[in-house]
Design a binder for this molecule. Structure first.
Ligand SMILES: [Zn+2]
Ligand SMILES: [Zn+2]
Length: 376
């Protein structure tokens, strides 16, 4: 049987809670709760009446949780359209920093402070390297996307930065790389991140169990890729920024308590099938819930929202106008009327229904309601 990601979470979350509920972080519980309640009466919503077939219909609110597989698609499309419109007419690079495996445990037990440090140090590494005269020699602007997963949903924190190859020097003049096909070597970025992050961790008292020496001796990893005009990089990363780590299309089958998913083997360039237990799927999925209030997408340099004047200076010198808005779908002035699911005629809203109180939205209550429905 083929099921969606949301169905799998609903079906196997009890088994997962039984096995590892005690070690679940609060943000993982919160994510699970939101996903289970998404578009159910407990979320509140609106009731509509169709005057044609004289029936009531309900539209329940969505949870809008960042890793809810049902939410966020429309927002992601809008975000991508906005970024594409603002794109600068220069070459774009994707700079990807990956953490050494020894540091992953810190992401699990102290995610909020460790990931904040990872973001701060990797963005500083880009500023430092590109600020050097032999590279760009000025202030650059870029967008970062934190992803914490592999294709098999294992924990693997990495940050992708989309970097337009242009900088603003101290005199306010734009500067470009000497060779337009080349930004800087990944090893240079990686070495800078290693120094910044290990020193910051020492300062903050975040000690990895392997000790610092092993991490100093190791070569760190950073990948730099030319992405042409940058549209593909933004579409790919923007799609994930507001959605969970796996899409429904990668779920192949659910059978006998296991989930089969398709995984791209990048070396061989082929799709392979991986089968894991349902409870393990839920555990892996939920571990990608970020601490509350943590921003997974961040803006730096002249692309930071507080640096509008600098961005305007870059734009003016590049002669870049904002791309016409006509290629994006128009936002309607008045809300689109709800159509009756039976006769497709517009319906009238008759009531707003409020959300259930917090104690009614706990996981045991969700189970109790479901059990009552099953018994009825
Ligand atoms: Zn109707
Ligand atoms: Zn949702």
């Amino acid at each position: 049987m083929r099921l969606s990601v949301a169905d799998i979470l609903a079906r196997f979350h009890e088994a997962c809670l039984e096995r590892c509920g005690d070690s679940m972080r609060p943000e993982e519980r919160k994510a699970l709760q939101s996903i289970l309640l998404c578009r159910t009466p407990a979320m509140g919503g609106r009731s509509y009446r169709c005057s044609h077939c004289e029936r009531d219909h309900f539209a329940w609110h969505s949870c809008n949780h960042r890793i809810c597989p049902r939410c966020g698609a429309a927002e992601a499309r809008e975000w991508v359209a906005g970024r594409l419109r603002e794109r600068l007419p220069v070459a774009h690079y994707m700079v990807t920093f990956t953490l050494p495996s020894q540091l992953r445990e810190l992401c699990r037990c102290d995610a909020a402070s460790f990931l904040k440090l990872f973001y701060a140090c990797s963005s500083q590494a880009i500023k430092d390297v590109l600020g050097e005269r032999r590279h760009l020699g000025g202030e650059c602007g870029f967008v970062g996307f934190l992803q914490t997963w592999t294709q098999e949903l294992e924990l693997h924190p990495h940050i992708h930065y989309v970097v337009p190859a242009v900088a603003l020097d101290a005199k306010g003049k734009v500067r470009f790389p000497r060779d337009p096909r080349w930004l800087a070597s990944g090893n240079v970025f990686a070495a800078r991140l290693k120094t910044l992050l290990l020193e910051a961790m020492k300062r903050e008292g975040l000690v990895p169990s392997c000790g610092f020496d092993a991490l100093w001796r190791k070569g760190w990893n950073c990948d730099v890729r030319n992405f042409g005009e940058g549209a593909n990089a933004l579409k790919y990363l923007g799609g994930y920024a507001r959605r969970g780590p796996i899409s429904d299309s990668r779920i192949l089958e659910v059978r006998g308590g296991t989930v089969a998913m398709s995984v791209r083997n990048r070396d061989a360039g082929v799709l392979e099938t991986r089968r894991i237990e349902g409870a393990e799927f839920v555990r892996r999925y939920l571990q990608h819930a970020l601490p509350q209030g943590f921003h997974s997408v961040r803006y730096y340099g002249f692309l930071h929202p507080r640096a509008k004047a600098k961005l305007a200076a870059v734009r003016e010198q590049l002669g870049a106008r904002l791309a016409a808005r006509s290629d994006e779908p128009e936002t309607p002035e008045s809300p689109v009327p709800m159509l009756c699911p039976r006769c497709r005629k517009p319906m009238e809203m008759v009531a707003k229904l409020s959300r259930a109180p917090p104690w009614e939205r706990s996981i045991p209550k969700i189970w109790a309601r479901r059990d009552r429905r099953a018994a009825a």
